[in-house]
Design a protein around this ligand. Structure first.
Ligand code: K7E
Ligand code: CUA
Length: 768
């Protein structure tokens, strides 16, 4: 141990000062590199537009659907560097998601009829909005397979809530938010009985239903409020996507649909398949709903409850003027409201047109009660010519539309023709077309769903990548293609493979709108956003065992983690005990997360600075169970370990004390003390540097100094213990405590040096 001592530290001390000497620049010229790698001018320009040098940040942050992975992918633009995969519907061990008690409770909210669901098919993420602009506070995402919506808080990028739709058996038309996040829209896809009962398909038309839920959201609490949410009953059509009105169409929502044929399939019975039966009619229905008025009815107590939640039957919706239908192109996909809220764009997958509806015309038709008829459920249908502004030939298989910062400019993904079409929805002119690779689904512009899109970049979320990347077997990565849309012509910049589920939608927010935390308040249950009852402070660690009348015993361990030890390091329980481990990370320094993995118990926690995480299991089998920290948190991270000892029932403790494997002498002890005193001199120099500068003006540094001060406090305590043992002549204990004293010094020095480097790099002023 001593061998590594003062040298390591002086090396550390020097590091801050010699940074500038690093990085001898490669001798090759740009021309040489281009030639060697076969790069064109265009390639190099694209590289220059996307490259973000080390230490620099991206301009936009994207949250992307993770498809069947059930997660949310976070990456930067223009670099396309993945920053995190946020665990949402699927257990994810790095974040401890589905492994700690706190997040298990979130996943348990998503049970379907009592069954735990361990994945999701995520499709459409949506940022929370204020006045139609992203406010950087929350993200919502739907699970198509199991009709659920999750809430992710951007304060820490953690999933806080999962709600299950009380009526649907699938959901596709979510998550789309109203302009002040009053509600999150969530439409069903596959028509089903509203109850959980068996209903034969022969009763499809009468008993199967579609629907649209407006989930109420409490922005202050950051939670969906099921008690205030309401659902529209829809006909048994396959509702597709939704979008909320804004500006003049504020208060209304739009949900398209397909299979208004109400076909039920049965290919194995010799019937034509779904794909034939669901695309035989020339048009399907766009559903237009008035949520503002529906909200008033709910508040006035005029809406009844089904399955414990507000449910607006079609009959009531029609009578109150809350629901209208408009024909839309054959088998449409996607519906997008223009930023100014004046138009609604729908595309037909089997058609080559984008259909532009005029909100003004729709309103007129509703006002004049001018309908061409009713659907089989009595819902009024506004004639196409009374709603349509124009239709524009954009290419075969148009799907989704996004908007530019320039007025009237839109981009539509063209699935069959594998391209993006840029067009003008005011004049109906096609402006540009760009091939993509391959078969684009959604596309996404910067702040594209807001009332003021930023333009600049577009991402094509492609369904196939085929030959774009190195082959890695039959299952291919996904391809997100970054496109520069700042000029008149679209330019392809970058292909990003993602080896996760199929991407559907994504959303990009200006990075400077996000203000995520770097630590939690001490002892925090991050999933519930409140102080954990298991919060433990340094020196207050304890183990409590209690047994009930039947002899069932529970052990609660109130533990802590800090570089580089877990307290307690030895936990003894008895076979059959329920063991509940609670660890609070005492660190305040940025990026000092500790993990906790335990042999054979399916336990892996992520304990970020300030967080308290728990895990509960039954110690079924006697034995020895090592545990350790899973984040390489410090030089002595590998020593951050411990033992859970599960004693057999009725085991009698044999006499004897734990014996160290080493024997130290007075000389060993004195040598260590000498090292420690030298180390202290280095620390004093660093401290002198920091305190002679305006370090308090840098919150990051102030935090580091606070942590370092803590470590030096611990060092002082260890020194006291060493000196006491030395006074007793217990050189073994004296040596070990002297060593611990040095460990605390090293951690303090490490923090101090980081603070010093930060001050140097950020132009701190000398103040005395
Ligand atoms: Cu894949 Cu929006 Cu679910 Cu289109 S959806 S592609
Ligand atoms: Cu804590 Cu490694």
């Amino acid at each position: 141990m001593q061998r590594r001592s003062s040298k390591l530290l002086s090396a550390l001390a020097g590091a801050g000062l010699t940074l500038a000497a690093a990085g001898a620049w490669s001798q090759s010229t740009l021309e040489q590199v281009m030639k060697e790698r076969g790069l064109t001018q265009k390639d190099v320009l694209a590289a220059a537009k996307t490259y973000v040098p080390t230490g620099k940040r991206d301009e936009y942050i994207v949250v992307s659907s993770g498809g069947q992975s059930g997660q949310l992918i976070v990456y930067g633009i223009p670099s396309m560097r993945i920053l995190k995969v946020v665990a949402v519907f699927t257990p994810e061990p790095w974040q401890g998601y589905g492994f700690d008690d706190e997040s298990k409770a979130i996943l348990a909210q998503g049970k379907i009829r009592g069954k735990e669901i361990r994945y999701g098919d995520t499709h459409h993420p949506a940022f929370s909005e204020t006045n139609g602009e992203y406010d950087g506070r929350y993200v919502f995402i739907n699970d198509k397979a199991n009709p659920r919506i999750a809430v992710v808080d951007l304060h820490d990028f953690e999933t806080k809530q999962i709600v299950v739709n009380p009526f649907f058996k699938s959901s596709h038309g979510g998550a789309f938010v109203t302009p002040n996040t009053e509600y999150i829209m969530d439409a069903s896809q596959y028509a089903s009985p509203v109850s959980n009962d068996y209903v034969p398909l022969e009763q499809f038309n009468e008993k199967y239903r579609g629907g649209l839920t407006y989930w109420a959201f409490d922005k202050e609490k950051g939670r969906i409020v099921p008690e205030r949410s309401f659902t529209f009953e829809f006909g048994p059509y396959s509702q597709d996507l939704s979008d909320a009105g804004k500006g003049p169409s504020y208060g209304w929502g739009f949900t398209n649909s397909f299979c208004s044929e109400r076909y039920v399939g049965g290919i194995e019975k010799g019937r034509p398949p779904f794909e034939a039966g669901c695309s035989s009619k020339d048009t399907d229905f766009l559903h237009v709903t008035n949520w503002k008025k529906a909200e008033e009815l709910v508040k006035a107590g005029k809406v009844g409850k089904v399955n414990g939640a507000y449910y607006i039957p079609m009959k009531q919706a029609v009578a109150e003027g809350l629901l209208y239908l408009i024909p839309e192109p054959k088998s449409p996909h996607g519906v997008d409201v223009t930023p100014d809220g004046s138009r609604i764009i729908v595309s037909g997958k089997l058609d080559s047109h984008a259909w532009v509806y005029s909100w003004e015309k729709i309103q007129q038709a509703i006002k004049n009660r001018k309908f061409e008829g009713k659907d089989p459920y009595g819902v009024p249908i506004i004639a196409l010519e009374d709603a349509l502004d124009k239709s524009v030939n954009v290419g075969l298989g148009p799907l989704h539309t996004q908007f530019d910062s320039r007025k009237c400019v839109a981009y539509t993904s063209i699935y069959v023709d594998s391209m993006i079409t840029k067009w003008d929805y005011c004049t109906g002119k096609v402006l540009d077309q760009l091939p993509i690779h391959y078969n684009v689904g959604h596309l996404m512009a910067m702040e594209g769903d807001t009332v003021h899109p930023d333009g600049k970049y577009l991402v094509a979320l492609n369904k196939l990548s085929i030959d774009r990347f190195n082959p890695i077997g039959p299952l291919h990565p996904q391809n997100h293609q970054l496109i520069d849309i700042s000029g008149d012509k679209m330019e392809l910049l970058y292909d990003m493979p993602i080896g996760m589920g199929e991407p559907h939608y994504a959303a990009a927010i200006r990075a400077d709108k996000l203000k995520p935390a770097v630590r939690y308040r001490s002892g925090w249950n991050s999933r519930e956003d409140k102080r954990s009852p298991w919060k433990t402070r340094a020196g207050r660690e304890k183990v409590e065992r209690s047994c009930d009348a039947n002899g069932k015993c529970t052990v609660h361990v109130y533990g802590t983690t800090i570089r580089s030890h877990i307290v307690p390091e030895i936990i003894e329980v008895t076979e059959g005990d329920t063991v509940s481990l609670h660890f609070t990370n005492l660190e305040r320094a940025e990026d000092e997360t500790h993990g906790f993995a335990l042999y054979g118990q399916n336990v892996q926690l992520s304990i970020e600075p300030g967080k308290t995480a728990s895990t509960t299991f039954v110690a079924e089998q006697p034995g020895v169970y090592p545990y350790y920290c899973t984040e390489f948190c410090s030089a002595l991270h590998l020593e951050m370990q411990g033992y859970l000892l599960v004693k057999p029932k009725g085991y009698k403790v044999k006499a004897g004390e734990m014996v160290e494997g080493t024997h130290y002498t007075e000389a060993d002890y004195q040598k260590q003390v000498k090292t420690n005193l030298e180390t202290q001199k280095v620390i004093d120099q660093v401290v002198a540097f920091i305190t002679s500068h305006n370090y308090k003006d840098f919150p990051v540094v102030a935090d580091l100094v606070e942590d370092a001060t803590d470590q030096l406090g611990f060092a002082k305590e260890a020194r006291k213990k060493a000196e006491e043992a030395a006074a007793r002549g217990d050189w073994n204990k004296a040596m070990l405590w002297a060593n611990q004293w040095w460990q605390y010094q090293v951690k303090a020095a490490d923090l101090g040096l980081r603070a010093k480097t930060y001050l140097e790099e950020h132009g701190a002023r000398k103040i005395n």
